[in-house]
Design a protein around this ligand. Structure first.
Ligand SMILES: Cc1ncc(COP(=O)(O)O)c(C=O)c1O
Length: 387
């Protein structure tokens, strides 16, 4: 074959199909398959949102190209939502809408770095972040986060690794794959360290809607107008609004960043899907109560998972939050790759092995409990115990 790009060849294969393929050999002996691989909410979108999507999709205007950086109504609605959640003066001018959160990350990296540059990526990492960097020839510098620290980055390590000359540091909070939340003070400290090192802080807050209510905002960064010089926030509508197939995400960034981002937006997406943007512009405010109900539902699933994990001698629940549990295998169990494959083939339990999330994860499994109801979570210990 004529050669292909070395960057794409150096990029990992999509992990979820690999894990699902293992389950093809499962014969049903332990009960119906339990799929805890993908981070999707296991409930449907709100019916009124579906009705608005259908109505918007039927409009002739929605079939045309839209504004490069998003429908003004959605930018307004999201800015108001962020201003409220972070208690900070954020406006529609800070928001660009993207065709999904993954594309938001890839385009952000296109703005911040190029082939041969490096970006600090805490491990365990979200595999698509690592893949997006590899595709663009950007080197990921792993920043190991330890279970004993609650998978929160150690600022001393951050400072040391930033000295290697990274263009940016990535933080995912609440985290995929661990579910861990980075405390506001640590996020602020990372922002200060990045600023001092001349690096950008890229915050992926896809799961922020699932943080406990009534607490302080996720971080104080947006209260200081200087955030626009060095911080970018990424968001996804996929989870909170239950519309991953409609591909809508967002980037929050200052004017200097956004001026360059327009080139990436125009080249890579032209515009984000319009019908979904129109429907979501309504949903942000109108479905606030529904989002809150789902936050409580996810918290109940997390609590059910925690109770279930107590029935698992030898296993250690190292982290839990948002959609995920990050479980440490018992000493006598095989490594995570073999364990995940055996669980799929012999017990019909599909989950992702730690090595999909970067180096040093050979003893962990990620279980996305958001996908299933509490009754199914109850069945997890029995399936895992068979290892
Ligand atoms: C941390 C994180 N960022 C981004 C995404 C992608 O979201 P989207 O569906 O908007 O591309 C996911 C999806 O799992 C995620 O976990």
């Amino acid at each position: 074959m004529v050669p292909l790009s070395p960057h794409i060849r150096a990029t990992d294969a999509p992990p979820i199909p690999t894990a699902r393929a293992w389950a093809a050999a499962y014969d049903g002996r332990a009960g119906p398959p339990l799929d805890l691989t993908q981070a999707v909410p296991g409930y449907p979108p709100h019916p009124a949102l579906l009705a608005r999507l259908a109505e918007a999709a039927g409009r002739r205007a929605s079939a045309g190209y839209g504004p490069i950086d998003g429908e003004p109504a959605l930018r307004e609605a999201l800015a108001a939502d962020i201003a409220r959640a972070y208690d900070a003066p954020v406006g529609a001018g800070d928001v660009a809408i993207t065709a999904g959160g993954n594309l938001a990350f890839a385009m952000t990296m296109a703005v911040l770095a190029g082939p041969g540059d490096a970006v600090l990526l805490p491990t365990p990492w979200y595999f698509n972040h690592r893949m997006a960097l590899a595709m663009q020839g950007i080197r990921a510098i792993p920043l190991p986060c330890r279970a004993e620290d609650g998978f929160v980055p150690d600022p001393d390590r951050v400072a040391a690794l930033l000295r290697e000359g990274a263009r940016a540091m990535v933080l995912v909070s609440p985290n995929n794959p661990t579910g861990a939340t980075c405390p506001p003070a640590v996020i602020a400290r990372c922002a200060a360290l990045c600023r001092a090192a001349g690096a950008w802080l890229v915050l992926d807050e896809t799961y922020r809607d699932f943080l406990p209510a009534g607490e302080d905002p996720p971080h104080p960064l947006f209260r200081d107008p200087a955030w626009r010089e060095g911080v970018v926030q990424l968001y996804s509508f996929s989870k909170a609004y239950c519309v991953p197939g409609h591909r809508v995400g967002a980037i929050l960034a200052g004017p200097g960043f956004r001026a360059e981002l327009m080139k990436a937006l125009d080249t890579l997406q032209i515009c984000a899907p319009r019908a979904a943007q129109i429907a979501l512009a309504w949903a942000v405010e109108a479905l606030r109560g529904w989002r809150e109900e789902n936050r409580l539902l996810m918290a109940a699933r997390a609590a059910a998972f925690r109770r279930a994990a107590e029935r698992l001698p030898g296993w250690r629940l190292d982290a839990l939050g948002a959609y995920f549990a990050y479980l440490r295998l018992p000493e006598e169990a095989p490594g995570a790759m073999a364990a995940a494959e055996r669980l799929a083939v012999e017990r019909g339990l599909l989950c992702l092995p730690g090595p999909f999330f970067g180096p040093g994860q050979e003893r962990h499994l990620r279980l996305a409990f958001a996908n299933v109801e509490e009754a199914a979570i109850e069945a997890v210990p029995e399936r895992l115990a068979a290892l």
